[in-house]
Write a protein that binds this ligand. Structure first.
Ligand code: MV4
Length: 447
């Protein structure tokens, strides 16, 4: 097993990784920008190295600085967490070339899934159902029009180098397609450095359901069930739950079987998430994430499996510590993402946390790097805490969510706690009757 892991991240996910390392008897190295000198991930780690000024591109994205920090401290592995360099295939390869273990998938798999056209083609070849669409990238309006007629209107234009929804456009007819295609190509070039776009049939009211997988270097692959991540606005998830309120055990098993079969064929290693859109009883692959995700704790809550620990074990060459038959979905879990934002305008609200009291008790987990007196810097993502509640069923889980939100005190900055309180009382949320567009309308609803 590793002796020392460098955590190339900050905030709650850096703490999450530190905790897994500590429980495994592994020493940790924190890296931080000059804006994060007093951050909790720096305080908790065994050692820390300053890697640059506040802007992420000069610090948390600064590959030579992070590699130097690993060399100086003698770290034998790097965990990238999520965001920043987690899905940078070049960085993963550089880490391995330096003789340091990369706690993640192979650079080849990261690169493959980073290109959405390649990812989709690969998924289809592996037997995963995909959204009907163009065979690959479409280059001109005539070709796009022919493809759209075959696929059926409306169509969605997506960027091959994209992901997370940036630069997508819905075209309802050939006039719209002729107008939007060049725009989409120009934007794709500007955003992602890759002008390639492709077309898909547009699903108008899907749910976003993703399957958690884990694979080791011995050919074992398991799935840990699904998460429903449909409650989002502007491609920012607000709340996730496991299991999905709309899947039955048979559908879950079927989806899991498809995911595991595909990942075995691929020889996938580490944690991964296969994202689907689900509409009218049908599943369609959209993307695969080759990292641990923000919402992984809801899966941990219902399975009792430490996903980060498994990632570390896998990177050290150990087999998965359990098999598929050992995985049971127990009860229900919900994660409320708490952001340092105004709960109505969503404007960032960095600043000093003057008061802090986290909820506790049975079935309550907080993943947060906040503490009283901490100043949330303005340079990074506004996620400051994840409240994860677990109950024996969805009803108990919802009661616990309301109770925990009531207890939570974060003073001095605005947070999205009031929005979560309003959401936890919404009839459509309580019945589970929502799709990916529902929250946007709910947020704008007069109170
Ligand atoms: C779609 C779609 C409808 N039809 N594809 C957005 C992010 C990227 N991961 C894929 N996305 C979508 N792809 C087809 N063919 C609707 C979305 C979408 C979405 C998906 C998941 C979660 C939130 C979303 C919000 C808006 C649009």
């Amino acid at each position: 097993m590793f002796e020392k892991v460098l955590i190339a991240n900050r905030g709650e996910i850096a703490l999450r990784i530190h905790r897994a390392c500590r429980e495994m008897g592994i020493k940790t190295v924190a890296v931080h920008s000059t804006a994060d000198e007093t951050a909790m991930h720096v305080r908790l780690a065994d050692e820390s190295v300053c890697i640059g000024p506040p802007p992420a591109r000069d610090s948390y994205l600064n590959m030579p600085a992070i590699l130097s920090a690993a060399a100086i401290t003698g770290a034998d592995a790097i965990h990238p967490g999520l965001g920043f360099l987690a899905e940078n295939a070049r960085f993963a390869a550089m880490v391995e070339e330096h003789g340091i273990a990369w706690i993640g998938p192979t650079p080849q798999h990261i690169e493959m899934m980073g290109d959405k056209v390649v990812a989709k083609r690969t998924a289809a070849e592996l037997g995963i159902p995909v959204v009907p669409g163009s065979a690959g990238a479409v280059s001109d309006v005539a070709e796009a029009e022919a493809e759209a007629r075959r696929i059926g209107w409306p169509v969605l234009i997506k960027a091959a180098g994209g992901g997370g929804g940036r630069g997508m456009k819905v075209a309802r007819n050939k006039e719209e397609l002729a107008r939007l295609l060049p725009m989409a190509q120009a934007e794709a070039k500007a955003f992602f450095g890759n002008a390639e776009v492709y077309l898909e049939r547009y699903l108008d009211r899907p749910r976003h359901i993703e399957v958690q997988v884990l694979g080791d270097s011995h050919g074992n692959v398991v799935h840990l069930g699904e998460r429903d991540c449909s409650l989002q606005r502007s491609h920012q998830k607000l709340l996730e739950e496991a299991p999905s309120p709309v899947l039955d055990a048979a559908t879950r098993a079927e989806l899991g079987k498809i995911a595991v079969g595909a990942m075995k064929k691929l020889g996938y290693r580490s944690a991964g998430t296969i994202e689907f859109l689900y509409q009218d009883g049908e599943f369609f692959f959209i993307e695969m994430n080759t990292r641990v995700q923000v919402e992984h704790p809801v899966t941990e809550a219902v399975t009792g499996i430490d996903i980060v620990r498994e990632q570390i074990r896998i990177a050290a060459g150990a087999p998965l510590s359990f098999n598929q038959e050992d995985v049971r979905i127990n009860g229900h879990a919900i994660e409320a993402r708490i952001n340092a934002e105004h709960p109505e305008t969503f404007h960032p609200s960095p600043g000093k946390v003057t008061e802090y009291h986290a909820p506790g008790g049975l079935g309550v987990r907080i993943d947060s790097a906040l503490y009283q007196g901490y100043t949330v810097p303005p340079h990074y993502d506004s996620l400051v805490s994840k409240l994860i509640v677990h109950g024996s069923d969805r009803e108990e889980c919802l009661m616990r969510l309301r109770r925990a939100l009531e207890e939570y005190v974060i003073g001095g900055i605005s947070t999205t706690i009031p929005l979560h309180q309003r959401l936890a009382a919404a009839p459509e949320f309580i019945t589970g009757d929502y799709d990916i567009h529902w929250l946007e309308a709910f947020v704008g609803r007069p109170r």
